[in-house]
Design a protein. Structure first.
Length: 222
């Protein structure tokens, strides 16, 4: 029988570092961004807080290490992200609808994502700026695909998308924080969530129809 070789201090260091990194995510879920202190993180990890400074130099560097390892927006996009990356479809309406529905589902069920977005809109920081940039990069891939369809119309697909994403964030944060209705809709219920999804689909569909009508009119008058 071959015995596993003990890796010594190097192996212990890797395990401890990973425990601290994982503890950041758990602390975000349970205490929010305001709870991301060295004391809370080290307690969650079951390690001495001195190891944060020893391995990461500061708690800020530890948090940044955790955040950079999370592809929030790619994960939230689900299969729409794969469609964007492959660029094998010209049906950007389907892509946008899928992106929005997937983000609603993911954001609605992921406590950590809710806390990160709340942090993003509550405090200016380099870490949150980097997360916003990640979101914008994903969005730019979609807009590059969609622009040829909208360029000769008055439809502002960026503004429509922005309002829908912002509405998703606010409604979910409001429902999860207060457990209350919003415009008499309970988004915490399956029925309420389904109503929002149906309306997102209708708005996206109407937006593309409006653009198509403008293009058809240009052809008729051209």
């Amino acid at each position: 029988m071959i015995k596993k070789r003990y890796q010594g201090e190097s192996n212990d260091k890797e395990r401890s570092m990973q425990k601290l990194i994982d503890a950041v995510g758990e602390t975000i879920k349970t205490k929010g961004y305001t709870g991301l202190t060295a004391t809370n993180i080290s307690k969650t990890a079951g390690l001495s807080r001195r190891l944060i400074t020893f391995y990461f130099n500061s708690v800020e560097n530890l948090i940044e290490t955790y955040i950079k390892g999370k592809d929030y927006w790619v994960t939230a996009s689900g299969n729409a992200g794969a469609l964007l990356e492959s660029k094998k479809t010209s049906d950007t309406k389907e892509i946008l609808e899928t992106l929005l529905i997937n983000q609603l589902d993911y954001f609605h069920r992921e406590d950590e994502m809710q806390k990160v977005v709340l942090w993003q809109i509550s405090e200016r920081s380099k870490i949150m700026f980097d997360i916003a940039e990640e979101r914008e990069k994903l969005g730019s891939v979609f807009f590059d695909l969609a622009d040829p369809f909208f360029q000769k119309t008055d439809v502002d697909i960026r503004a429509v998308s922005g309002l829908l994403v912002a509405g998703i964030y606010y409604m979910v944060l409001h429902a999860k924080s207060n457990d209350s209705l919003f415009c008499q809709i309970d988004i915490n219920s399956p029925e309420g969530l389904a109503r929002i999804k149906k309306t997102i689909t209708a708005i996206v569909d109407d937006t593309y129809k409006r653009a198509q009508n403008e293009l058809d009119s240009l052809k008729e008058n051209g």
